[in-house]
Ligand binder design. Structure first.
Ligand code: 3HC
Ligand code: NAI
Length: 711
């Protein structure tokens, strides 16, 4: 059909019932065409003398996944979703929403404005706006508490989680469940039944879920107290709580009006822009050339070489995805340790009552171990996680080349090493790839898929398919020292160390970085991961370090004393009696002072803003170099890497998006100013200079227009 409004919404007559179908593939997002089409269709059906009831369904496998996020940031075009919802609720005839698949955000709000709700068993219901820096803006904050009570509504809106159909029924968010996959049939059956019983409209605005005012008020206060701990500078969670308070205190229409105002404030916030960028970027990272060009190889079993920190975590990740895992270690003792490392994870879950001993037994039945590489002969994919040493890894890959079947994917979890060199020791470099997991590997979302020169496209596609199976967020990276993440990390850590030597304390730097939105600062992070890891890397690189480059020795002084962080009871901070919150250590302060004196550096003051500007400038500058060299396909790949693997605050969209929001000219000006002190370290990335000269931003390099929220 040529008219998009007609195409997006269709009405059809089924006896005395009008079915309104929302059709905006793939998820029937509420675009302008859907809003205006739905409003017109509801008005027509309400006015239709031959119609006694109305059913609303989504076309295909979903009801409606919410407002069309791509329209945010553009001037709003009436009618708004709340207007449409109000018109649905005002209908003089019973309106049934028949839900399948996603009924999320504005989609659920349409359903809540309908008079009755029937859900197929595959339905997923939620108000996930908070995850996009938003709040429900079409009556959700006012209708949901009336329907299911304030505690459940607050939980739904503040967590953003999806309920399945059975949970929604239990809460009273839907009235009925139906079998099968035909939402229209379920809706028609429900409408017929209600008409037969003489049911008329039943409006959520009249529901009594807030009747127990004291309980509602207690839930609001509990939610507010919870936010004080968890919301870390986010705008929309507080607005959600305010809106529920309004729903309790004010008449329905007034509360609705205030909800709309608050929703528009959220829409206008940079947090919304950052979070929606992250949403789209996490979908764009999947679109790599190899995944388009080739079909993945089937993976039904996985081998893991090395059962240390990473090998065990990777094994758990694969076991959790239902895959059988064979672990190979060097000797019986190490193998027993490897198995124990795996079991420890499940024992922890049993302890927290998240799984039962039987669940653990079921998972462990998929696990086997061996000290003989021959045990890997039949697996479809092997992930190597032995020591970070090129010779050891080459040896392992020669063994894998010898025993693994043809077509098996051979992956390394190396953090820094040259994967082309590892591939070159095998007779099958086309099958060798990097799968860089992050610690703890069964928890952290990021998976860098490192693509060496000779790897076959279908191996890259296999890695992306595996990531999906393991519920990871994959990012394609090229081979270089540290790939995308660790390479950039090395630069901003250096910037932090320079500030330390120039006058800032570890506590000041960590606090400034936390205030920016990170869960912890760089020195806390080193104490958590273990200072020995970086020390080993520094020693390995000492011979090739540019003698002209500034080198801060403070971390080495700590490591020489065996102060590796939490595991040794002290590092940058003190951890008396195994505590996990560090305390300032006067001896560390004295070491820092001594190093400054040795180099004749008079300490100077850094404000929190100074710290963040340097930290971010170093990150963005190296990010630009990584993009220019093709190590990252696009700036958005850098963003996704840092959000999912390095604690970068998601609401800021990632370092490159942050740079765009601050403005690239300012970032470049900062770098040039810092270069006055240290021109070698602060060499502006040529790409950054080119973009500034052309008046462009990083977003312009993201290729896919819709990778960016519209501006
Ligand atoms: N608007 C526009 N596009 C959307 C969208 C939305 N609300 N939701 C999903 N899409 C797009 C995706 O970008 C993707 O596009 P692509 O194929 O070009 O990459 C496509 O739909 C399919 O999405 P997924 O790849 O995510 O598919 P899945 O099957 O894995 O997941 C989903 C489906 C659970 C619906 C998931 O997409 C999702 O969580 N979407 C967002 C839901 C949401 O946050 N809704 C609230 C929106 S705000 C709102 O409604 C305000 C209201 O209160 C007024
Ligand atoms: P680890 O020291 O905890 O474990 C290494 C394991 O490999 C040991 O159990 C050892 O017995 C085993 N091993 C050594 N040689 C072997 C061989 N020839 N055959 C079989 N097993 C052998 O080390 P960790 O931390 O698990 O690191 C492993 C790899 O993962 C390294 O390449 C590291 O750079 C990388 N990595 C580490 C991260 C971390 O945070 N620890 C994060 C991401 C990657």
């Amino acid at each position: 059909m040529s008219n998009p409004t007609e195409a997006a919404v269709r009405s059809s007559r089924h006896g005395e019932v009008i079915v309104i179908t929302l059709a905006n593939p793939p998820v029937n997002a509420i675009s302008h065409a859907v809003r205006s089409g739905l409003l017109a269709a509801i008005e027509a059906a309400d006015a239709d003398p031959d119609a006694r009831a109305i059913v609303i369904v989504g076309e295909g496998a979903n009801f409606v996944a919410g407002a069309d996020i791509r329209e945010f940031g553009r001037p709003p075009q009436p009618p708004s979703v709340p207007e449409v919802c109000n018109r649905i609720e005002a209908c003089a005839k019973p309106v049934v929403a028949a839900l399948r698949g996603a009924a999320l955000g504005g989609g659920l709000e349409i359903a809540l404005a309908a008079h009755y709700r029937v859900a197929l068993r595959d339905a997923r219901l939620g108000l996930p706006e908070v995850l996009l820096g938003l709040m429900p803006g079409a009556g959700g904050t006012v209708r949901a508490p009336r329907l299911i009570g304030a505690p459940a509504a607050l939980d739904l809106m503040l967590s953003g989680r999806h309920l399945d159909a059975a949970q929604a029924l239990k809460l009273g968010l839907v009235d009925q469940l139906a079998d099968g996959d035909d939402a229209q049939a379920a809706g028609l059956a429900d409408a017929a039944e209600r008409l037969a019983r003489g049911a008329g409209p039943r409006r959520s605005r009249d529901a009594q879920g807030l009747a127990d005012r004291a309980a509602a008020q207690a839930a609001i206060e509990a939610a507010r107290a919870g936010l004080a701990k968890s919301a870390r500078g986010l705008l929309s969670p507080g607005k959600i709580v305010d809106a529920v308070q309004n729903a309790l205190d004010l008449p329905f229409d007034e509360a609705l009006k205030l909800e709309r105002q608050a929703f528009l404030e959220c829409i206008a916030s940079p947090q919304r822009a950052g979070l929606i960028h992250a949403f789209f970027a996490e979908r764009e990272v999947l679109k790599v050339p190899e995944a388009r060009a080739a079909a993945p190889r089937p993976i039904a079993s996985v081998g893991v070489v090395g059962g240390g920190t990473m090998g065990a975590g990777i094994a758990v990740s694969a076991l959790d995805a239902g895959l059988p895992v064979v672990m190979v270690e060097r000797d019986a003792e190490a193998l027993a340790r490897g198995r124990a490392n795996v079991e420890k994870v499940y024992d922890g879950l049993i302890h927290k009552q998240r799984i039962t001993a039987d669940d653990k037994a079921t998972v462990m039945a998929r696990y086997s171990g061996s000290t003989d590489y021959a045990a890997l002969a039949a697996v479809d994919l092997v992930i190597e996680a032995v020591y970070e040493n090129l010779d050891v890894k080459k040896d392992v890959f020669q063994q894998l080349d010898r025993v693994c079947k043809r077509g098996a994917v051979l992956a390394t979890n190396t953090s820094y090493l040259d994967i082309d060199a590892i591939a070159a020791v095998t007779a099958r470099p086309q099958d060798v790839i990097g799968l860089h997991f992050f610690s703890p590997a069964n928890i952290m979302k990021l998976l860098e898929i490192v693509v060496p020169a000779k790897v076959a496209p279908d191996v890259v596609a296999t890695a992306f398919a595996l990531a999906k199976r393991l519920k990871k967020v994959p990012v394609r990276a090229g081979v270089c020292d540290g790939f995308i993440g660790n390479r950039i990390l090395a630069r901003y850590r250096e910037a932090a160390e320079y500030m330390l030597e120039d006058g800032a304390s570890p506590q000041q730097i960590d606090a400034a970085v936390r205030d920016f939105g990170y869960p912890m600062g760089p020195f806390q992070m080193i104490d958590l991961a273990g200072g020995d890891i970086g020390w080993a890397t520094r020693k390995r690189k000492a011979a090739t370090r540019d003698p002209k480059a500034r080198y801060v020795e403070i971390a080495d002084r700590l490591c020489e004393r065996g102060w590796f962080g939490q595991k040794t009871g002290r590092g940058w901070y003190l951890y008396p009696q195994g505590t996990r919150t560090g305390q300032a250590d006067p001896e560390v302060a004295a070491i820092i002072d001594a190093e400054r004196s040795k180099k004749g550096i008079p300490p100077r003051a850094f404000s929190a803003e100074d710290i963040v500007r340097r930290y971010l400038a170093a990150m963005v500058n190296e990010g630009a170099k990584v993009v220019a060299e093709g190590i990252a396909l696009r700036p958005l790949d850098v963003d996704v890497t840092f959000i999912n693997g390095y604690g970068f605050p998601r609401h800021r969209g990632g370092p490159m998006k942050y740079a765009d929001m601050v403005g690239l000219p300012r970032i470049l000006a900062d770098i040039r100013a810092f270069a006055q002190e240290d021109p070698l370290f602060w060499q502006p990335a040529p790409l950054l200079e080119q973009l500034v000269a052309a008046g462009r931003d990083f977003a312009s390099l993201n290729h896919n227009d819709h990778a960016q929220p519209p501006r």
